[in-house]
Design a protein. Structure first.
Length: 283
């Protein structure tokens, strides 16, 4: 997927001291906003020369600009039991598998931009954190961590969230990868957003949840509670799609209200699609 992410950059809308921007910065370099002139030095790129000033003064100066400074990205992965769900047509591609692939894509975007990234697994009794870092070795750590993660149990309860408040900085970017079914996942990112963090969410859905293609007798099972509901697929379809659509709209409205930008991703869609929706790249 790496080649499909070319041109995408991690962007935080809440730059320090500003309501807009990419990365907050006080470094000078070749960024977007003009900072000052300085005398030309060997090795400076010709495009940096202020040719209008040269025409007026016969002296060669280059334009320095505010340079985007490194961002810290936190990838929050919901690994509760429902994330292990996959479609019958592709049982080897679960929500969790897609979430791991999206996490890898986010890490590649961070690497390309010189940004730092950390990782939080959300499942069971408490969150598991991998401290932020940069470079290829951090990517290797992420891959090793992901290999050990399996979908099981429920979402960590609020009393166990304290390490996130301690570690996620005020100007860090947070991306949640989750189905959003557990209200606590929405509450967690809502609290982070209320505390001034820039929070995004990718909500992962199966193809069967979108299309409900079942025919004949079927036994539907909740992957977290184990509860089962037998029924005829065709007769249940219209009611399921209506109720599921209403539930998804409610989750979306809650995220909107709490200031969390979000997109939906269905397991048969291109993996770069939700990242392009969030970070403004062209398809």
């Amino acid at each position: 997927m790496r080649h499909r992410l070319r041109g995408l950059k991690l962007r935080a809308r809440r730059a320090a001291g500003s309501a807009s921007g990419v990365h907050s910065s006080r470094n000078r370099g070749t960024g977007l906003e003009f900072a000052q002139h300085r005398a030309y030095a060997p090795g400076d790129e010709p495009r940096m020369v202020d040719w209008k000033l040269y025409a007026r003064s016969d002296k060669v100066f280059v334009r320095e600009a505010e340079r985007e400074s490194p961002l810290t990205l936190w990838i929050l992965l919901d690994a509760s039991g429902s994330m292990g769900q996959a479609d019958a047509a592709r049982p080897d591609w679960s929500r969790l598998d897609a979430a791991k692939a999206l996490a890898a894509g986010l890490a590649e975007m961070a690497l390309a931009g010189g940004d730092r990234f950390g990782w939080v697994t959300l499942a069971g009794d408490r969150p598991h954190l991998l401290a932020p870092g940069a470079g290829g070795r951090q990517r290797d750590r992420l891959w090793l961590e992901m290999a050990t993660v399996h979908a099981a149990g429920g979402f960590p309860p609020p009393p166990r969230w304290a390490p996130l408040w301690d570690r996620i900085g005020a100007h860090d970017l947070v991306v949640l990868l989750s189905d959003g079914f557990d209200p606590q996942s929405v509450d967690l990112v809502g609290r982070l957003a209320a505390a001034g963090r820039e929070v995004l969410a990718i909500r992962l859905l199966t193809v069967e949840e979108r299309d409900f293609p079942f025919q004949g007798g079927h036994r539907f099972r909740d992957p977290e509670t184990g509860d089962e509901l037998p029924g005829d697929g065709a007769s249940l379809r219209a009611d399921f799609l209506r109720r599921f659509g209403e539930a998804q709209a409610q989750i979306g409205a809650e995220l909107d209200t709490r200031g969390v930008r979000h997109v939906e991703y269905v397991l048969d869609e291109p993996l770069d699609q939700p990242l392009r929706q969030l970070f403004g790249g062209k398809a």
